[in-house]
Design a protein. Structure first.
Length: 677
């Protein structure tokens, strides 16, 4: 089984019926997607402008001028990574604004729309996305080049700063959107735009041509997806090239930097790769063992590497993916499924450095972790991968979005004191409330695309096996060994760990693999007498001839657990947090009052926790009431005094799922709570 390679199912074949997740996917459809379209059009009062439509339209005019034979002279030549209209001036309609990677925001939005259309057709939504697709196609240059930053600021400098200027990142997002749009609509307009840009890139980079690789990864996994969609080998070769050239001396990033330095009369820098750990370009990818540098970049690289390991059967690449996984999961992962502990460079920190209040834990990084985990699952069916994927999805990914669908977190700390983060510049990256939009708005549309494609995380399949990774109520259609089955997965983890899989229609011979979640002590599977079952690597594999009415049942225990971190984690020493099933819990000021650093809990009280239903932002969530203490603060308490046992009073501490925090106004929040005996 260890060589099992599975693939996600087309989204048309999976219907999410789960009350909780259905609420979230509908929130994306009804609120987030329309809101984001307004944001891309800069029509959200009080929100940072996106400039997406502005840049696309400006680039389309530039491209039209070039096609008409006119020499296009950029209005503003710029090398800067972010450009805004000068204070107090009106935007120039022909200038590029925003971050160099601004194009990607709209690509992600189209990708999310495409997934939604696969789930349920919607002519009006499709027409709106078509407008965006048309804008992109109009902004594509005659030779296939497609990046509004360089089209508007000086095309001759295209591809000269791969390290920082994100053209290959935008290409990656364009390609992801193009494949999804093709799958949803059958249209090849955007797919051809991606292919033409891909050809333009491949004319410049590749074996026997220029060396170069993305400064921000994603093109690798996108190219493999384009290869899998079209069967065109050249895309997989380009992905291989980008992976193989990364981290090899002389560093392509150093060479491009030196070319710029030479033009400015500056001395060259050393050309060794080791300086580029921030970009995961410090050593050949197959030698990598520790997650380093920018967290989203690292997660996207790992995802691309896992895809490459799978399609190429590359054992060395797979070993590197596994080693990087260990580095992330054993040493650098927040309990909430977030990664990237430091705001300095939005990056991974040293092992076990997992601060709560200064945490970065970018929403996109948790999304990247879910991508990586799903791809590791495709390589090998192993419960641990699904456990981490689930943790990221249920906690940090969902925390990125308010229950109104119009406010978002970029940074996801595990402890917030609004008074501190609003006055202390060391915490300036931490927002006490979700924001309407961001100048750098990578996270909101990324949430939209991953939640819209949830079905691809619940199930994957091989020719012979349907794998059930997440217990999210749904129906699924799958072909096993040529026979077609329709199955219903009944589960509601907001309530309990009872899971039933029922064959509704069809007949097929094959295996069904159900994950045994890491948070459960086991479930005891029931399945038809004629089937055979065995447990392996965190899954129960049940093989049989499946017919309507057959069921598999499990009842996974979902006790409230007090969780402690390794003593190597300095930040959380002497503290616990509470978890139940996939949910990690936090205390909020709305339930527990201010000064939550005074709360104390006894881990043994987890067994006495009461599970209650709580309405938060229009959603009913499972909350916990745990007996605890609140330390008293005497009015005359001096700053220092000889130690004495602190006086405290009994308190019932209310905990809510982490994802749901900050839907009831601004206030303190804590995941980890100090232990009392
Ligand atoms: O650089 C593109 C995106 O912007 C990254 O993935 C995020 O971390 C943010 O820096
Ligand atoms: Zn982001």
């Amino acid at each position: 089984m260890s060589n099992l390679h599975s693939r996600p199912l087309p989204l048309e074949q999976v219907q999410v019926t789960d009350a909780f997740w259905r609420h979230e996917t509908e929130l994306i459809r009804q609120a987030v997607i329309p809101y984001q379209w307004e944001a891309l059009n800069d029509r959200v009062p009080g929100a940072a402008p996106s400039w997406w439509v502005h840049n696309m339209k400006a680039a389309a005019r530039a491209v039209a001028a070039k096609k008409a034979g006119g020499a296009y002279v950029p209005r503003h030549r710029s090398d800067s990574i972010v450009t805004q209209p000068p204070e107090g001036t009106a935007p120039d309609p022909d200038a590029f604004y925003g971050w160099v990677f601004q194009d990607s925001d709209g690509y992600k939005w189209i990708e999310a729309v495409a997934y939604q259309l696969m789930i349920r057709p919607d002519a009006a939504l499709r027409a709106r996305a078509q407008q965006a697709v048309d804008m992109i196609c109009a902004a594509q240059e005659e030779d296939g080049y497609l990046d509004t930053f360089y089209t508007l600021t000086g095309r001759e400098r295209a591809f000269t700063c791969l390290k920082d200027h994100h053209e290959l990142y935008c290409f990656g997002h364009l390609t992801e959107a193009a494949v999804a749009w093709h799958q949803a609509t059958g249209q090849d307009d955007l797919l051809n735009a991606a292919r033409r840009f891909g050809d333009c890139i491949a004319r410049r980079f590749g074996p026997g041509r220029e060396r170069g690789c993305p400064g921000h990864e994603i093109a690798e996994m996108a190219l493999i997806r384009l290869y899998e969609e079209t069967g065109e080998e050249k895309w997989r070769h380009l992905a291989d090239f980008f992976l193989d050239v990364r981290g090899v001396d002389p560093s392509t990033f150093a060479l491009e930097e030196n070319a710029r330095r030479q033009a400015q009369g500056q001395a060259p820098l050393p050309v060794t790769a080791e300086r580029y750990a921030y970009y995961q370009a410090h050593m050949p990818v197959r030698d990598m063992r520790e997650a380093t540098g920018h967290a989203v970049r690292q997660m996207y690289l790992c995802s691309g590497m896992a895809d490459a390991a799978r399609i190429n059967g590359d054992a060395e690449m797979r070993r590197a993916c596994e080693a990087l996984w260990r580095s992330v999961v054993d040493e650098k992962l927040y309990i909430t499924g977030g990664v990237g502990a430091t705001h300095v460079g939005e990056a991974f920190s040293r092992p076990y450095d997992l601060p709560s209040d200064t945490a970065y834990s970018e929403t996109c990084a948790a999304i990247g972790l879910a991508f990586y985990a799903r791809r590791m699952l495709q390589l090998e069916l192993r419960g641990e991968y699904a456990d981490v994927m689930e943790r990221a999805l249920y906690n940090t990914v969902l925390a990125g979005m308010a229950q109104d669908g119009e406010h978002f977190f970029y940074v996801n700390p595990l402890e917030v004191d609004p008074a501190a983060c609003e006055t202390d510049t060391r915490l300036s990256h931490v927002k006490a409330e979700r924001q309407r939009w961001f100048g750098c708005a990578c996270c909101p549309p990324n949430i939209a695309r991953i939640v819209s494609s949830l079905g691809q995380y619940i199930f994957t399949q091989t020719e012979d096996m349907l794998c059930v990774h997440l217990f999210i109520g749904s129906t699924v259609r799958a072909r096993l060994n040529g026979g077609e089955l329709t199955l219903r997965l009944d589960a509601d983890l907001t309530r309990d760990g009872k899971v039933t899989l029922t064959v509704l229609r069809g007949e097929a011979e094959g295996a069904i693999a159900l994950r045994i979640p890491g948070w459960s002590a086991g479930g005891g599977f029931q399945y038809p007498k004629t089937a055979q079952a065995r447990e392996e690597n965190g899954y129960c594999l049940i093989r049989g001839v499946w017919q309507p009415g057959d069921t598999i049942q499990a009842d996974f225990a979902m006790p409230v657990q007090a969780v402690t971190a390794s003593p190597r984690v300095r930040e959380t020493m002497g503290q616990v947090c509470f978890a139940r099933g996939p949910w990690v819990y936090c205390a909020e000021e709305a339930d527990n009052g201010k000064d939550m650093h005074l709360l104390r809990v006894c881990p043994g009280e987890a067994a006495n926790a009461q599970i209650i239903k709580k309405e938060i932002g229009g959603l009913t969530v499972p909350a916990l009431c745990v007996p605890g203490k609140r330390v008293r603060v005497p009015a005359d308490a001096p700053l220092y005094a000889p130690w004495a046992p602190p006086a405290s009073e009994d308190a019932v501490i209310t905990l809510v799922p982490y994802f749901a925090w900050n839907n009831r106004g601004k206030g303190e929040m804590r995941v980890w709570l100090p232990v009392t005996r």
